[in-house]
Structures are given as C-alpha cells and as structure tokens.
Write a protein that binds this ligand. Structure first.
Ligand SMILES: CC(=O)SCCNC(=O)CCNC(=O)[C@H](O)C(C)(C)COP(=O)(O)OP(=O)(O)OC[C@H]1O[C@@H](n2cnc3c(N)ncnc32)[C@H](O)[C@@H]1OP(=O)(O)O
Ligand SMILES: O=CC(=O)O
Ligand SMILES: [Mg+2]
Length: 382
C-alpha cells in the first residue's frame, strides 16, 4: 500500500503521509550538501561520473546458472546488477545476498563494467541486512545501489545517511551512488525532488510494471506498449458526403510511457543525473523491445535494463549513437567550429541549437568508443 493510501485510511505501516512541505525541512543547506553524512565516510561526488551504462543487466545471484555466467559477462555488459528484490522469492533472499557478496569478492569487473545491486524495498524485512552486509563486505566493489519503489526525497535521505554510516564502518573509500526506480504514483509526483535529494543520486529508471499497478493502469505487462492504447484516423466521407463510420480506418498504437519518460528525463537533466528506461518483459519480442528502448534513447535516456542476455545486444545497438548521426554531427561541427551562426547542410538550417544537439551525440560517441574498439572503428569509418 502506498504511504498516501495508508495515510488516507489511517492504517498500515505508515501512520502519516510526508508532504512536500515536510520533506523540505530535511533539506541540508547548500554549504552542507557535499559534506559526508557520517564521520569517516567518503566525501560525496560533486558530479556524477558519466560511465557507459547502456544496459543494466539483471541477474539473480541465488540462481547458480545465472551466477556462473557473471564472469563471462564482464566487458560484455556495461553494468551487471545483482538483483535482490522482486523476481527473487522470499526464501532465496539470503542466498541472493550472500551470492552477491561472493560474486563481488571473486570477480574482477575490470575498468569498463560496473557492479550494481537492487536492494529490497524500504518497507521490507530484508533491506537493512542487504545494506549492512553489502556495504561493509563489498562496499568498494559496488558502484551503485538501486532503490526500488522510491516515494519521495525522504526515502533517499534515509538511504543517504545509512550508507554514510556503513561506508564509515566498512572503511569504504569512494561514495556508493544511488539509483531510484520510479514505480509509484507518489514517486512520480515527487520525481524532481527525488532526483535532487542527494549528491549520491546517479540516476532514475522507469519501473513500468510496478508503476502500472500503483497507478491502477489496466495493463498486465512488464513495460512496452498496448494494442488498446491507440488513436484512430477520422472516418472518410461516404458517397453522400457524410462520415463513413463502417469504412476502413487505420489505427496507430501510442506510447503508454511517453509522459512518464519525458518527465523523468527532465527531472534527471535538471539535476545532472541519468535517466533510464527499465524492463521490457516480452523477451521474445526483440523488435518491440528495440522500439521501446529507442523511444527512450531519443527522449534522452542513456540506457535500459536487460533481463535476458538477448537484450544486452539490443541495448548496445540502441543506446550507442548511429554511425549516420555521428557523421552528420561531425559535418555540423566542421561547418560551425565554434557553434555560432547559421549554415545550410543538405538543405537544412543548422545553428547554435542544432550544434549543441550534435555535441551531445559526439560526446556520447566519444565516451562509448573509448571503451569499445568496435564502436570506435564504426565511428571512424562513418
Ligand atoms: C519488473 C521487474 O522488476 S524486472 C527485474 C526483475 N526480473 C529479473 O531480474 C528477471 C531476470 N531474468 C530471468 O529471470 C530470466 O531471464 C527469465 C525467467 C526471464 C527467462 O529465463 P529462462 O527461461 O531460463 O531463459 P532461457 O531459457 O532463454 O535462458 C537461456 C540461458 O540464459 C541464462 N539466462 C537467462 N536470463 C539470464 C540473465 N538475466 N543473466 C544471465 N543469464 C541468464 C539461463 O540461465 C540459460 O542458461 P543455460 O543456457 O546455461 O541453461
Ligand atoms: O521494477 C521494475 C518495474 O517495472 O516494476
Ligand atoms: Mg518493480
């Protein structure tokens, strides 16, 4: 039950709702924002490192077959995420946590692959042990902790403080970053404040499955579109000039997630953190998965989740700029080296603003190809 619903009913684990106004009382002053929250904790970052994160590949550390595949996925996936939350059943929670500790200790993740985890939700009986065990045992190996079902900035403040305490206890040298999943209506309403709640905030993912349930959408899927969510072309005129309601009328399926992703992207961009599309559950529908990922990429997302090895390649393809776009961006840069003025290229006007878009594409291409010789070659030949 969401905090708001619990508050309305006057029952449940949450005896009161924390309003936006209440949450502002917890804000630190600008001067304190980048100070550690516990004595001995590492200093927070002032800028989120822009590491390639085109796919966040989920594995269940309690599943021996999946766990065994992790070492071979280093260098293949930008991010490997040991999932402890949904999809791991209650009696496997401890095995998953311990499995992840072992994997973190025994695997060399190299320079290019990050290790993340998704902890259990803040109202679960497992989360405190997830944090305590992981941060004190393998805190220096963990790059990012993904927090599910974030409702508001107060959830991030809670995690922020406890991470600082545990980092200090475990002697962790660099701050562990935090990634929120946007999967409740209340979290959605608070997305801007969540994005700016802590210097640890690395990014936000759309969680379409839980969000759909929490919003009481009438879908039964994990992400992606729905054939019922459509617009229909107006009827053509019949012989008598009146609309022919019986005639053929093409329909166009719409993107259920457009508003949510666009708002999440703005919140993230505003706070200098990274937006991600989340899961696409129809593993066999690689075509629609690619479409959904590309919509997110075009709107500003830097990556998506991969639930099955087949989705890693899709994300790599989609979230790396195309050779064509890189070639075009280079032409614009050559024509306007300092990004000022207006020129015509292939019949189209380019100016300061399209130059800036081209810089986004070129910077991303450069960053990605620094880790990926194949991509570097593709861009070189573009
Ligand atoms: C809404 C949300 O919260 S989404 C996030 C939570 N959900 C998840 O994390 C799900 C993660 N993925 C999975 O559990 C699985 O991929 C499933 C259940 C979707 C499909 O699993 P399977 O039916 O076993 O898939 P499939 O038979 O195609 O697997 C082929 C091989 O890839 C392996 N594999 C499947 N998924 C993964 C994965 N995520 N990571 C590593 N290996 C995997 C399988 O173990 C199998 O190995 P094998 O060839 O040695 O037998
Ligand atoms: O956790 C992800 C979701 O879609 O729910
Ligand atoms: Mg979820």
């Amino acid at each position: 039950m969401s905090r708001t619903r619990a508050a309305l009913l006057g029952c449940g684990r949450y005896p009161y709702a924390v309003s936006r106004e209440d949450s502002s009382h917890h804000m630190r002053s600008a001067k304190d924002f980048f100070a550690p929250l516990a004595v001995g904790a590492p200093t927070p970052v002032t800028e989120v490192p822009a590491r390639p994160s085109r796919m966040i590949h989920f594995f269940d550390p309690s599943n021996p077959k999946m766990a065994a595949k992790v070492p071979d996925m280093v260098g293949v996936s930008d991010v490997l995420l040991g999932n402890l939350e949904d999809a791991v059943v209650a009696d496997k929670k401890e095995a998953a946590r311990e499995g992840l500790v072992t994997i973190a200790k025994e695997t060399d993740f190299g320079e290019h692959t990050q290790l993340w985890t998704r902890i259990n939700s803040l109202d679960s009986p497992w989360v405190l042990d997830d944090l305590t065990r992981l941060v004190t045992e393998v805190g220096d190996t963990l790059d990012v902790i993904m927090v599910p079902k974030v409702q508001g900035p107060e959830d991030i403040h809670y995690i922020d403080r406890i991470l600082a305490q545990l980092e200090a206890k475990g002697g962790v040298q660099r701050p562990i970053l935090v990634h929120a999943i946007l999967e409740t209506a209340r979290g959605m309403a608070n997305v801007e404040e969540i994005a700016g709640a802590s210097p640890r905030m690395q990014g936000i993912s759309l969680g379409p499955a839980d969000l759909a349930a929490d919003r009481r959408m009438k879908t039964t899927r994990v992400g992606g579109g729905h054939p019922g969510y459509l617009v229909r072309q107006d009827p053509a005129k019949g012989a008598d000039g009146a609309p022919d309601y019986q005639g053929e009328r093409p329909v166009f399926q719409q993107d259920l997630w457009h508003y949510t992703i666009a708002r999440m992207v703005d919140a993230c961009a505003m706070h200098g953190i990274f937006p991600f599309y989340g899961p696409f559950g129809d593993i066999k529908d690689t075509v629609a998965c690619e479409d959904q990922f590309r919509n997110a990429f075009l709107l500003g997302c830097v990556g998506a989740w991969s639930l099955h090895p087949v989705q890693i390649e899709i994300a790599k393809k989609v979230f790396s700029p195309s050779a064509e776009d890189v070639a075009h961006a280079r032409r614009v840069k050559e024509a306007m080296p300092d990004g000022r003025g207006a020129v015509m290229i292939d019949g189209k006007m380019e100016d300061d603003a399209s130059w800036k878009q081209c810089m986004v594409v070129l910077e991303l291409a450069e960053r990605l190809s620094a880790n990926d010789p194949e991509l570097a070659k593709m861009y070189e030949e573009a």
